[in-house]
Design a protein around this ligand. Sequence first.
Ligand code: NAP
Length: 247
Amino acid sequence: MKFSGKNVLVTGGSRGIGAEICKVLANFGLKVWINYRSNPDLADALKAQIQNDGGNAAVIKFDATNEAEFAEAINLIVQSDGELSYLVNNAGITNDKLAIRMSLDDFNSVIDANLKSAFIGSREALKVMSKKRFGSVVNVASIVGEMGNAGQTNYAASKGGMIAMSKSFAKEGASRNIRFNSVTPGFIATDMTDSLSDEIKANYLANIPLKRLGEAKEVATAVAFLLSDYSSYITGDTLKINGGLYM
Ligand code: NAP
């Protein structure tokens, strides 16, 4: 895959899908800024692994829901590298409950972590990318933002919001050659899905045409495509990575 840019920031990059995105992008020659919020050891270990494999990585701590911290991190990256070429808004959480039992705090916690963080990152990236008239942003949304899911009204709203927001950013960024796209993973094997009961997992599997869970790497390669020059005429789009669960 070909990349005209040189560096990328991946939020929530120290584990799960984010960590795979960091590894894949480092393999393609990008300098990877691994964002973490709570576990420096994991982020440092990933950085060491990427460097051992001949890649270039740096670790950067911030809470993606914190406007000042996120903006400062992007400025620091620009000061260090002269630009931010790519951003992946991957940080996310779930806080599942049936709607009748969901407090406003439960709702807001997920909107903040998933949607507000992606807004802050996209806005700050757009500012710095505009100066170079180049950039590509990928938002890691979810199949739940397309289909809805019982017990996930907060998560569905946040991910559906990310998809719609990407399209608006795409329209604002296009005249400056800055692209915004979303990916919508289905059921991917990570810590986030590990906690689901065997019954829920079996139910999902029965409905996935490819008859298996997805791997984090399969999301990472799709993200790499949407960042790369290979997708240079794609913006405002949503790429499904779900084994056929939702077509
Ligand atoms: P995960 O293993 O639970 O990892 C989530 C990552 O997000 C962690 O690195 C976490 O950092 C980070 N994070 C959460 N809140 C943050 C904040 N405020 N600031 C900075 N980082 C924050 O989840 P995953 O499965 O890899 O999911 C990654 C993304 O894919 C999420 O947006 C998720 O919604 C989406 N997704 C996942 C699936 C799936 O089946 N797994 C399907 C569709 C979409 P800490 O280590 O500090 O907590």
